[in-house]
Design a protein around this ligand. Structure first.
Ligand SMILES: Nc1nc2c(ncn2[C@@H]2O[C@H](COP(=O)(O)OP(=O)(O)OP(=O)(O)O)[C@@H](O)[C@H]2O)c(=O)[nH]1
Length: 240
């Protein structure tokens, strides 16, 4: 278990947010589902990590998702937020880690093991007005895809933010889409400033990818189990 000391905004449901200090325990992503109080339905947990260069709108995107609002200015504070929602009749508990881009941006370790171990899914944000931020996203997604086997397959959605600033566009939609295609990621262009719906789609798409990844993992474990028991039977027969 990794303890992270945070200070920042505490978001509760769709209510008002305000600056309060908080301490968050960042758990590794082993837990996926848990029973609700009545024991009848399963609550799904998803740890979502937001990464990207400075000023691309990571906090704006997070706060938009949590509160449906765009407040304009956000502090330079790294925070983990919890937000529960009902999607397709199922309760989802989102833990959202709004990260800070490391000061030492030449660092090879652009994404830490701690972050990847924690995350069930990653949102990589760049600004469509800032080509350098797109290059950061390119390096980050390549870093993730070449990471340790356990982390390399993590579901990722690439997001080109600030779509409202078309006149300042420096990254074409095709560039973004191509990068996503070549690295097996989802892709959206959105404006956290102008539109809540686009932000919602990003989180829902990532949740869908996380569910698929979990189902695949379960399937793989199931098949491994069957292969193991069949081999055990044959080994026993050979021994008899
Ligand atoms: N026009 C426009 N501005 C945006 C949008 N999203 C964020 N911004 C602005 O961009 C600036 C940076 O937004 P943040 O959300 O603080 O960006 P960040 O990536 O969290 O930045 P760091 O905390 O430095 O990592 C703020 O002034 C926001 O108001 C958008 O969709 N359109």
């Amino acid at each position: 278990m990794v303890g992270i000391r945070e200070g920042g905004y505490c978001a509760v449901g769709f209510g008002v947010i305000g600056p309060v200090p908080m301490v968050v325990q960042a758990k590794p992503n082993s837990n996926n589902t848990s029973k609700t109080m009545d024991g009848s339905q399963q609550k799904v947990e998803a740890n979502i990590l937001l990464l990207g260069a400075e000023n691309v709108g990571k906090s704006a995107l997070t706060v938009r998702f949590l509160t449906r609002r765009f407040i304009g200015e956000y502090g330079d504070i790294e925070s983990i937020y919890n937000h529960s929602d009902k999607i397709d009749g199922r309760e989802i508990s989102f833990n959202i880690w709004d990260s800070l881009y490391p000061q030492d941006c030449d660092s090879v370790e652009m994404v830490s093991d701690k972050q990847l171990q924690w995350a069930d899914g990653v949102i990589l944000v760049y600004s469509i007005c800032d080509h350098a931020s797109f290059e950061v996203t390119r390096r980050q997604v390549q870093f993730i895809r070449h990471a340790k086997k356990a982390f390399a397959g993590v579901p990722v959605v690439i997001v080109g933010n600030k779509r409202d600033l078309q006149h300042q566009r420096a990254v074409s939609s095709e560039e973004g889409r191509l990068l996503a295609l070549s690295t097996d990621c989802g892709f959206f262009e959105i404006s956290a400033a102008e539109n809540y719906h686009g932000v919602l789609l990003v989180f829902h798409e990532l949740l869908e990818l996380i569910r698929e990844a979990r189902a695949l993992k379960k399937g793989a474990v199931g098949i491994k189990g069957i292969v193991r028991s069949v081999s055990a039977v044959f080994a026993r027969r050979r021994a008899e």
